[in-house]
Design a protein around this ligand. Sequence first.
Ligand code: ADP
Length: 491
Amino acid sequence: MKKILIANRGEIALRVMKSAKKMGIKTVAVYSDADRHTPHVLFADEAIAIGPAPSSSSYLVIDKVIEAAKQTGSDGIHPGYGFLSENAAFARAIDKAGLTFIGPNVHAIEVMGSKLAAKEAVKSYDIPMVPGIDEAIEDVDEAKKIAQNIGFPVLIKASAGGGGKGMRIVQNIEELPEQMERAISEAVSAFGDGSVFIEKYITSPRHIEIQVLADKHGNVVHLFERECSIQRRHQKVIEEAPSSVLTPELREAMGEAAVKVAKACNYVGAGTVEFLLDSQKNFYFLEMNTRLQVEHPVTEMISSVDLVEQQIRIARGEKLSFQQSDLHIKGHAMELRVYAEDPLNGFLPSIGNLSVYQRPVGENIRVDDGYEEGMDIPIYYDPMIAKLITYGNSRELAIELMKKAIAQYKIEGIETTLPFGAFVFRHNDFVSGNFDTHFVKNNFSAAYVEQNQAEDRKIAAVFAVKKYLETIKKLAPIKHQSSIWTKSRNQ
Ligand code: ADP
């Protein structure tokens, strides 16, 4: 593989290009009219325009992406996450064009793209599943019987679901008909597929997912867990690795289960097996994501494995160069998703111009982003500006560094979720590790953020003074020169 086209934009396009470049592979960017002057376009060796700003006319058009690959002589295509990354037709079209898809095979994408097909596929592998049914249901009376058997509360879920959409909690039998109707109509409008099923609603779960890597020679390893319980509307906002609640035994058991799930669909590449962990530490298989995850950097930080590099090596047919016993967790990593959203105003999108944009810098601080100062945040795409990642020898140190990095991150012109992050990383329940997926709903309020902002300003001021003192120290040896300058000016 000598040249890779990245069928994506923003931070993930840049992230993929960095690994490719490191490996001596040429990169090709594709861009819509809204992204003409963005960092991912400037960073790539070549760039091809693929249409108007709406993604349905550019980043989601399979033919345009493949045409761009052919035109540039690319031999591989990396889909990033989102857009076409879990689209089986895209993977198939790439195969047909004689190019290499840097991702799993079509079969795995298809099976894991449907929550019901996924349950079916892993059924015989002895993987713990959330109690519930494993086929689509349409009849309300039958749904009532099933829900009673499972025991309320239950969750109605869209088989084609993603991004937390098409999910309805049902507390009692009276609510069921209405919630079922809503789940179906949401599933139809979001995914064009109204199949829903019923699961036990785990009341106090943690979302723990396992990163897996599988090569084309039958080798599958896991790279431990990511804790993704800090969610808003079932969507992750803060992630960490490792989880503070997993014992080595539980980690091993979940890791083994994840490897079995990967084997169940003949998985190839980097994938993520998601589980729920209940308050008694029982774990249940949720789904598998057949792509690189947004939160992959925390795994990279604690395992020292470059996941994009591994994806490329696997796609090239190379064998994994390590075994499970070679992999170890070292230290702790935190990630905050920095969105262009206003946490003081119901997290409404805050679209506009990045009039000031200064990243925090320092050892163990990583910023994955795709913007520069002065750029506009387009309305057409996901509002994530950046991922702020910190690493430390311990969880406490990663949290401390995160608080400092948030205080140092200067973004003006739009509102962001940085103050929300500052709130979470200071919260006693987060710091002590005592939380579940309801943390944000139960604890977050705009008033807390305002209080925290005052504290942030204090931290920023202390930083500024420290920096000033350091600068003064550095300038000290040229003191006499400035006095000459002063003298000459006075003359
Ligand atoms: P999606 O594909 O839309 O992301 P998931 O099945 O991955 O849906 O679930 C997303 C989130 O929804 C989980 O992280 C968890 O917070 C919540 N969730 C899903 N299933 C259950 C369940 N059975 N009980 C409680 N919470 C659940």
